[in-house]
Design a protein around this ligand. Structure first.
Ligand code: PGA
Length: 636
């Protein structure tokens, strides 16, 4: 029977503390199935997925094979989908992905592996897809289907518009899906336009289905899939019709579900300051009233009478929350010298702080907190902006070629004798010969990294940072890796620890705590956490606060914000202009449709200010939001 808190949910959903815990729970059920079937002398037929989501599951299955004697000899696999038109050996083909992440590391028989073939000629695709369906049937049907979910709500590559009874077929990828894959393919233009995918009908015929999802970016689509009416515009919602489906999701991905978002609507809650703030802000928005105008009736009519009983009347609650919101707003992100700081987000002392802004790659921190960086510098703090990774994977060949051509023409002009462009800028010749899907050589990666570094310097200058205050760590995990497959290690951690010990900051600004665990932001944050453990005994750390800033594409919720820094119209303009210098990041914004980084930064800043305005606080042009990282306070 469903718990009271899940009354809005039409799909059995398990919220886990972490992606590791959720993947472990799914893995143990996969392992049980394989063992039971093997004991009965029968095959287990698994439907498998690609993408970042199942990586931890596959890691666990490989571990079970290596260390716990789990055999895959009697396992038959069918993969959900494959890009159409990619060679199997292409680094982003799902064939390559599955072999790298699972199949090459277990004892599965090659004839038991089925992956749609993206190379089938166009006029044979229909028959090929029919045959794929028949093979699934012939194997006895899928016993267990593993799924991720795309931000379009797709399962497999069944994009919005797919019908409930669709079967394996050739499809066109949604624009958002191609945008999400742009990083992997180094530019949206290189992402295939089509794919072969199992249909929704195919998936629904599986006997059991597990869908996993991690990170804030999946929260909205998950809430709709789980709580809204089934619709073809959100294909995952069709899973509501299945009688044995479970979603395993992490806290960040669950954050838009009613039981997480509005817990007071689904049962008794433990009120704490953050939750009270959340409830009052929600109520003010629902009632379309400023906080100070809420009345007792508003609270009771909207299911908050319990809050009123414990903390009311409305007048007291309103004023308490209004003050909390007000106190979070400060033009002094480094603390206001010689002022009473008992109601200010930051400490007054020391009056000049060392502030370290960590950015997983160039542009992330500048987008989210560019105006705060300028303000900190102008208020006399020693600010270091450190880009953990070079960001070279985010530079398209087109931009690199443009820069290489320019550089070589400058050299050729200066030394016209016996200089051929290619000989002075070897990377130019390499870029000219490179095919669209070819991987970048180390020299191309280095060159692309230099491009982003020069952009970072220009942006830094526009934010008042001298060039020696913009640092590039070039962490090796990134230089040697690719998106979704980063493997940070000791060397990365040591480099970060060395930076922390060199700077000994009073404040650190960082992001990535809510991101999908395999994303660059989350990998960088996990590394940061490890580095923090290593310095936990240092004297300077005892006096260091860590502020979390927004991920580049989402706004931190107002109730979780502990510091809001006002941005004037001119400051916003300067910030946006500073971000313009990231030329190579045009059309690379993960979230937005046709949106540029500077537009997104502006939009989020304006939205943060508007939210405060409608709650009845002062009307600012824009705000940059921050949250104190609790762990850092409990650690020191
Ligand atoms: P992801 O993709 O696992 O890389 O987030 C999921 C999907 O698109 O199905």
């Amino acid at each position: 029977m469903k718990a009271e808190s899940q009354i809005y949910e039409k799909i059995n959903t398990v919220i886990c503390d972490s992606a590791v815990e959720a993947s472990e729970a799914v893995a143990s059920q996969v392992i049980d199935l394989i063992r039971q079937r093997a004991a009965a002398g029968q095959p287990a037929v698994l439907g498998l997925a690609t993408g970042s989501t199942p990586l931890l599951l596959y890691k666990r299955l490989i571990q079970a094979h290596r260390e716990e004697g789990l055999s895959f000899k009697h396992v038959i696999t069918f993969n959900l989908d494959e890009y159409y038109g990619l060679e199997r050996e292409h680094p982003e083909s799902y064939w390559r992905f599955m072999h790298d992440q699972l199949l090459d590391h277990i004892d599965i028989a090659p004839e038991n592996i089925h992956l749609p073939d993206g190379r089938v000629p166009r006029d044979e695709v229909f028959a090929y897809c029919q045959d794929y369906e028949e093979r699934i049937q012939a194997a006895g049907g899928l016993d267990m289907q593993i799924l991720g979910i795309g931000r379009t709500g797709h399962i497999g590559f069944n994009e919005p518009g797919s019908s409930e009874d669709s079967i394996t077929r050739l499809v066109t990828l949604d624009r958002l899906t191609r945008k999400d894959a742009a990083r992997d393919f180094k530019g949206e233009n290189s992402v295939p336009r089509n794919a072969i995918t199992m249909g929704i009908g195919t998936i629904l015929r599986a006997k059991q289905i597990f869908l996993m999802a991690w990170g804030q970016s999946k929260a909205e689509v998950l809430a709709k899939a789980i709580e809204a009416a089934p619709t073809a515009t959100l294909p995952a919602s069709f899973l509501q019709a299945h009688n044995n489906v479970t979603f395993y999701i992490d806290q960040a991905a669950a954050s838009e579900l009613t039981r997480m978002k509005l817990p007071w609507l689904v049962g008794p809650v433990q009120w704490d300051r953050t939750l009270i703030r959340k409830a009052v802000i929600w109520l003010a928005k629902e009632r379309d009233k400023p906080v100070l105008k809420l009345r007792d009736e508003d609270y009771s009519e909207f299911g908050l009478s319990e809050l009123l009983t414990d903390y009311g009347p409305a007048y007291d609650l309103n004023i308490a929350i209004f003050n909390e919101l007000q106190h979070a707003i400060t033009g002094w992100p480094g603390g206001k010298p010689n002022a009473d700081d008992s109601h200010r987000p930051e400490r007054a002392t020391p009056p000049q702080k060392r502030s370290l802004v960590l950015s997983p790659e160039p542009s992330i921190a500048e987008m989210s907190m560019g105006a705060t960086i300028r303000r900190l510098v102008s208020q006399g703090h020693q600010v270091t902006l450190a880009h953990m990774c070079s960001g070279n994977l985010g530079v398209s060949d087109r931009d690199a070629l443009h820069a290489a051509e320019f550089a070589s023409s400058v050299i050729a002009e200066e030394e016209p004798v016996a200089v051929t462009a290619g000989s002075r800028i070897p990377v130019l010749a390499e870029l000219q010969q490179k095919s669209p899907f070819e991987d970048d050589s180390p020299s191309i990666r280095e060159f692309k990294g230099l491009l982003r570094k020069s952009e970072a310097l220009t942006t830094g200058r526009a934010l008042s940072l001298e060039s020696d205050r913009v640092r590039h760590l070039d962490l090796p995990f990134y230089e040697n890796g690719r998106y979704r497959r980063f493997k940070p290690g000791q060397e990365d951690r040591d480099m970060l620890v060395a930076l922390l010990r060199e700077i000994q900051p009073h404040q650190i600004y960082m992001t990535g705590h809510l991101s999908d665990p395999s994303s660059l932001d989350a990998v960088s944050f996990a590394l940061f956490q490890q580095a923090v453990c290593a310095v936990a005994g240092d004297d300077w750390w005892q006096d260091c606060w860590v502020w979390l800033y927004n991920p580049a594409d989402t706004l931190m919720p107002c109730h979780e914000t502990q510091m809001s820094v006002p941005v004037s119209p001119d400051e916003l303009h300067e910030k946006v202009k500073a971000i313009y210098s990231y030329h190579t990041q045009r059309s690379q914004v993960p979230g937005g449709e046709n949106q540029e980084a500077w537009d997104l930064a502006r939009e989020l800043g304006l939205k943060a200010a508007e939210e405060i305005d409608v709650l009845g606080l002062a009307e600012y042009e824009a705000l940059e939001r921050f949250q104190l990282w609790r762990e850092s306070l409990s650690a020191n």
